[in-house]
Design a protein around this ligand. Structure first.
Ligand code: NAD
Length: 273
C-alpha cells in the first residue's frame, strides 16, 4: 500500500488573477509547499508584489502581465512561463469577479441593466476561464499530464439574488469544468484532470458593498442573510481555500476529475430551515 501524497513541491503552478485577494493567498501558500509560481495578472505591478514576497521568503516565483480575455496576451504569458520553468503542471483560473452595474439594486432595476455590464461579467468569468485553459491546456496535452483548477461559486448551484450575470457565469464555469474534464481525459490524456472549487462567502472587494453597510460598518440585510444561511455562522478566510486546492493539485486526487468542491462553511448543505 503506497502512502497518499499531497506533495506539490517542484510543480509549476500558473495562477491567473494571482494578484487578487484569494489567488495571492493561494500563490503564497502553494509556494510554501514548494511549488514554482507564475503569478499572472492584468496588473503587472500588483503581480510583482506577490512574486517578490514569495521570492523574499525563499520561494520561486515570477510575475507575468496577462489579460485572460486576450489570446495574444495569454500566449505571450505562456511563452514567458515556458522559458522560465519549461512546463506547466497546475493552472488555477482565478481571474474573475462581479461588478455593481451588473447587479440589481434600488438604483439599478433588472430592466435597465446595460448589456455591456452583463457581458463584462460573463466574459471575465467564463471566457476568462476557457481561454487560459486553451493556451496552458495545450501545453498539458503535449506533456500528457496536468491539472486545471477553476474557481466557481455558491452562485453556480442556485443563483444568488441580485448577481444575475455572475450567477450565470459561475454556473457556466462549473459546467465547463465537467466538459473539459471529459474532453481532456478522452481526447488527450486521463492524466489531465480538471476540477473546480466553489468558495462560500468570504469578505472581499467584490462583495463588500453588498454585505457591509459602508455608513455603519454593520451587516446589510443581505450580509445577515448570508450569516443565517451559513451553518458555521461566519465568513471564510482566504487561506481556508488552500487545503482543497492542494488536494486537487496533488496525487491524492489522482482519480478525481470533473468535480466542483464546495468550501463554504456548510452553506450549500443548508436549506435555510
Ligand atoms: P479579486 O478582485 O481580489 O482578484 C481578481 C484578480 O483578477 C485581480 O487581481 C484582478 O486584477 C485580476 N483580473 C481582473 N481582470 C483580469 C483580466 N482580464 N486578466 C487577468 N487578470 C484579471 O477577486 P477575489 O475575491 O480574490 O476572487 C478570485 C476568484 O474567486 C474570482 O473568480 C471570484 O469570482 C471567485 N470567488 C470569490 C468569492 C469571494 O467571496 N471573494 C467567492 C466565490 C468565488
Amino acid at each position: 500500500m503506497s502512502k497518499v501524497s499531497f506533495d506539490i513541491s517542484g510543480k509549476v503552478a500558473v495562477i491567473t488573477g494571482g494578484a487578487g485577494i484569494l489567488c495571492s493567498t493561494m500563490s503564497k501558500h502553494l509556494a510554501e509547499y514548494g511549488a514554482k509560481i507564475a503569478v499572472l495578472d492584468l496588473f503587472y505591478d500588483k503581480a510583482k508584489e506577490v512574486a517578490d514576497e514569495i521570492v523574499a521568503k525563499g520561494g520561486d516565483a515570477i510575475a507575468v502581465e496577462c489579460d485572460v480575455l486576450s489570446k495574444e496576451s495569454i500566449e505571450k504569458a505562456c511563452e514567458t512561463v515556458m522559458k522560465k520553468y519549461g512546463r506547466v503542471d497546475i493552472l488555477i483560473n482565478g481571474a474573475g469577479g462581479n461588478k455593481k452595474e451588473a447587479t440589481t439594486s434600488e438604483e439599478m432595476k433588472f430592466f435597465d441593466i446595460p448589456k455591456e455590464a452583463l457581458s463584462w461579467v460573463l466574459n471575465l468569468n467564463f471566457l476568462g476561464t476557457v481561454m487560459p485553459t486553451q493556451v496552458f491546456g495545450k501545453v498539458m496535452a503535449e506533456q500528457g499530464e496536468g491539472c486545471v483548477i477553476n474557481i466557481s461559486s455558491m452562485a453556480a448551484f442556485t443563483p444568488l439574488t441580485k448577481t444575475i450575470s455572475y450567477s450565470a457565469a459561475k454556473a457556466a464555469v462549473s459546467n465547463f469544468t465537467q466538459w473539459m474534464a471529459v474532453h481532456f481525459a478522452k481526447e488527450y490524456s486521463p492524466k489531465i484532470r480538471v476540477n473546480a472549487i466553489a468558495p462560500g462567502f468570504l469578505l472581499t472587494q467584490q462583495n463588500y458593498y453588498l454585505l457591509i453597510d459602508k455608513e455603519t460598518g454593520q451587516a446589510t440585510p443581505r450580509g445577515a442573510d448570508v450569516m443565517r444561511k451559513t451553518p458555521m455562522g461566519r465568513y471564510g478566510e482566504p487561506d481556508e481555500l488552500v487545503g482543497g486546492v492542494i488536494y486537487l493539485a496533488s496525487e491524492a486526487a489522482s482519480f478525481v476529475t470533473g468535480i466542483v468542491l464546495p468550501i463554504d462553511g456548510g452553506f450549500l448543505a443548508f436549506a435555510g430551515v
